[in-house]
Design a protein around this ligand. Structure first.
Ligand code: ZN
Length: 678
């Protein structure tokens, strides 16, 4: 019988993130949960009152330290740690193994356990599975941990296998030693960074009557990628109806990544330790209060934070306390950091419960991972003087309506010049192409939907498509969707780099994907259903080797700036490559020269949606029936347009020789699109 009732309330869609409740001897704990570390029966520099106020529901205490001091007789006298430290909530105790095996203490280890000398008074102690459980019972733990042999995560296979086998034997002895104690007991999956050992260890321990299972031996030497990979690998092997605890992890980003991989419980010394060093966590990254920029700052540490520190003190005061090495600085920063951690856990839980975790995950994985924009080292400039925001040939311009766009300095051309970029992207490309509907499997059509994003710019168009995909995934679930591939082409990534650097001006970039694109040139959605790749270089060099698209978002700079991408020859190459499919090309331009270039290249050309002050735009199809099959049923250009064209002064594409003009005219007039109208 389990001593720890665990109710699994929800598993997020498109993720392994779970929300649940553990019922302990000292009350319920909602998961996912972060457990502050109270090594010496105290969370350093805090009181139980401040810990409660920050949202702590369960604390961790260290068996090894408490065994040495104050010693078991004190806990016996007080009837346990709860009364001793005045904490009424649940307590989880570690086994002492981590300290014995990883700290440089004198020890001798064998099958029985580890013999070591006290750093307090020089006495010798024996830590065995039995003595560890005995001490944890005396402490009055709600959740006890088995003694395990800790080794570096980078240990060799042979070393890791031996430690794992010993840990398994000790796990059996720990269960025996628990006897009829009402306290819960967790087993610990070991195996370092070896898949076969992790698998074996999980298989062995899940068959035993543990109340929960922990993942041990991570955050001790491996890379973050390895840590995430092994966390996900192990949770895949664990039974769903028992809580999972990732020991000693981690940073806010670690918590997000691990909750996404199905972990319920965490502990880590980081929030308290960084508070001691004058560092605070905020939603925009870490802030070092020691920096001179905070000297005169009246603002709170984090706007909108409801912790006692942010409600009552300025950054300037915190800066002063940190500089003066005052204890109160550590205390106040600790309050904020614990409040930040607990809020992150609560927000994740809320996102899981409303089935929105994937969106939360994508948004926050960038925010939590980045260093703070505010942490500029150069001194504050005179008030009123805006920081110049430019990179290479680009800068940021902000419209009177308050939205920002990227401008090419040399040409003066502004991307999405007359509309909010994300609105134009949404309307002109995503909405007009009916992407939301196209992503749904229908009539057996389950093939990948491919979008070419020609001219990534500040990624407005690709992100609009990505958001459309995420919305469809949340609404319909993965089984209903066909895969999506976005292929972006861009020769100059400076606009995207610039926009990403000032993401507060470009809300659509508050997502992990564009940052991954900049860093790795590709990004995959966690569902595995969407891929985004970047072809960095001249579009024309990639054209024929890229996967044939269904939709083309044609959004390079205008013909004036980017002449080479608007010629009949280029459109003819696109048409030839895409001819095997019924493909549609969308572009913001309604210029006559662009439309005739498309027509002469073989496209069927229609009037597109107007966006904002643009009366209309252009869309074009590779095949004659493109317009009638299109969800928006657009109107192909007809006799009226042809008449206007005949009278137009910009009738021909730039650079067309005079002696070619008659032939060109005939080609347009004889286009099948105009059959019967001339
Ligand atoms: Zn705060």
């Amino acid at each position: 019988m389990s001593r720890l009732k665990f109710t699994l309330e929800k598993t997020a869609r498109g993720s392994k993130a779970r929300a649940g409740t553990m019922h302990t001897l000292h009350g319920p704990v909602q998961t996912p949960v972060f457990m502050p570390v109270g090594t010496q029966a105290t969370v350093k520099a805090q009181t139980v009152e401040t810990m409660k106020a920050t949202g702590s529901t369960v604390l961790l205490a260290n068996t090894y330290h408490l065994l040495l001091r104050p010693g078991s007789e004190v806990f016996k006298k007080f009837g346990g740690i709860h009364r001793f430290m005045n904490w009424a909530g649940p307590v989880l105790t570690d086994s002492g193994g981590f300290q014995i095996f990883s700290l440089p203490t004198e020890r001798a280890m064998n099958e029985e356990g580890a013999r070591f000398q006290s750093y307090v008074n020089g006495d010798f102690y024996m830590l065995s599975p039995e003595s560890s459980i005995e001490m944890q019972k005396t402490i009055g733990s709600d959740i006890m941990m088995v003694l395990d042999q800790c080794i570096p995560s980078t240990a060799s296979h042979a070393q890791a296998e031996a430690a794992m086998a010993l840990t398994h034997r000790w796990a059996q002895r720990s269960l025996q030693a628990r006897g009829d104690s009402p306290a819960a007991l967790f087993g610990i999956v070991q195996g370092a960074c070896h898949h076969d050992l992790r698998e074996k260890s999980a298989a062995f321990l899940r068959e035993m009557p543990f109340d929960g299972l922990a993942i041990g031996g991570l955050a001790v030497g491996e890379t973050a990628e390895q840590r995430y990979e092994f966390t996900g690998f192990v949770t895949d092997q664990l039974p769903p109806h028992r809580p999972r605890y990732l020991m000693g992890v981690g940073t806010p980003l670690d918590l997000l990544e691990s909750v996404h991989r199905g972990v319920d419980m965490f502990d880590c010394i980081i929030p308290g330790q960084l508070a001691q060093r004058g560092v605070a966590f905020t939603a925009r990254g870490k802030v070092q209060l020691r920096r001179i920029t905070h000297k005169l700052a009246e603002a709170p540490l984090e706007a909108g934070c409801d912790c006692a520190t942010c409600r009552n003190y300025s950054r300037a005061y915190l800066h002063h306390l940190v500089k003066a090495d005052e204890m109160l600085g550590w205390h106040l920063l600790g309050i904020h950091n614990f409040a930040f951690y607990h809020r992150l856990m609560r927000d994740m839980r809320a996102a899981i419960l409303r089935d929105d975790f994937i969106a939360f995950y994508e948004k926050n994985r960038t925010e939590l991972g980045r260093s703070d924009e505010e942490n500029v080292i150069h001194p504050v400039k005179k008030r009123g003087l805006a920081r110049t925001k430019h990179l290479g040939d680009y800068d940021i311009v902000t419209s009177p309506a308050g939205y920002s766009s990227i401008r090419q300095i040399s040409s003066g051309e502004v991307m999405h010049s007359v509309n909010r970029p994300s609105d134009e992207a949404q309307k002109l490309y995503v909405e007009q192409s009916g992407l939301a509907g196209r992503l749904l499997k229908r009539d057996g059509d389950e093939a990948e939907w491919v979008i070419w994003d020609v001219g990534i710019g500040a990624a407005s168009n690709a992100m609009a498509a990505l958001h459309c995909f995420e919305k469809a995934l949340a609404e319909h679930g993965p089984a209903a969707l066909r895969p999506l591939r976005i292929v972006s082409f861009e020769i100059d990534l400076d606009p995207l780099r610039l926009a990403a650097k000032f993401a507060s001006h470009f809300p659509h970039l508050r997502h992990g994907a564009p940052h991954a694109i900049l860093e790795h040139g590709r990004w995959q959605h966690a569902s595995g259903l969407m891929e985004w790749e970047l072809h960095h270089g001249d579009f024309l060099d990639f054209l024929e080797s890229s996967k044939i698209p269904d939709d083309i978002y044609y959004d390079p700079f205008s013909a004036k700036t980017d002449t080479g991408l608007w010629t009949p020859e280029v459109f003819a190459r696109i048409h030839r490559h895409c001819a095997p499919k019924s493909a549609a090309l969308y572009t913001y331009s309604s210029a006559t020269a662009v439309r005739v270039s498309l027509l002469t290249a073989g496209f069927f050309v229609a009037e597109g949606f107007g966006t904002g002050p643009k009366a209309d735009t252009t869309l074009a199809f590779t095949r004659a029936d493109g317009a009638s099959l299109h969800p928006a049923a657009p109107k192909l250009l007809g006799a009226e347009w042809l008449g206007r064209w005949g009278r137009s002064i910009s009738k021909f594409p730039a650079g067309l020789a005079d002696n070619e003009k008659t032939a060109f005219e005939r080609r347009i007039e004889s286009h099948p699109q105009f059959a019967g109208v001339v």
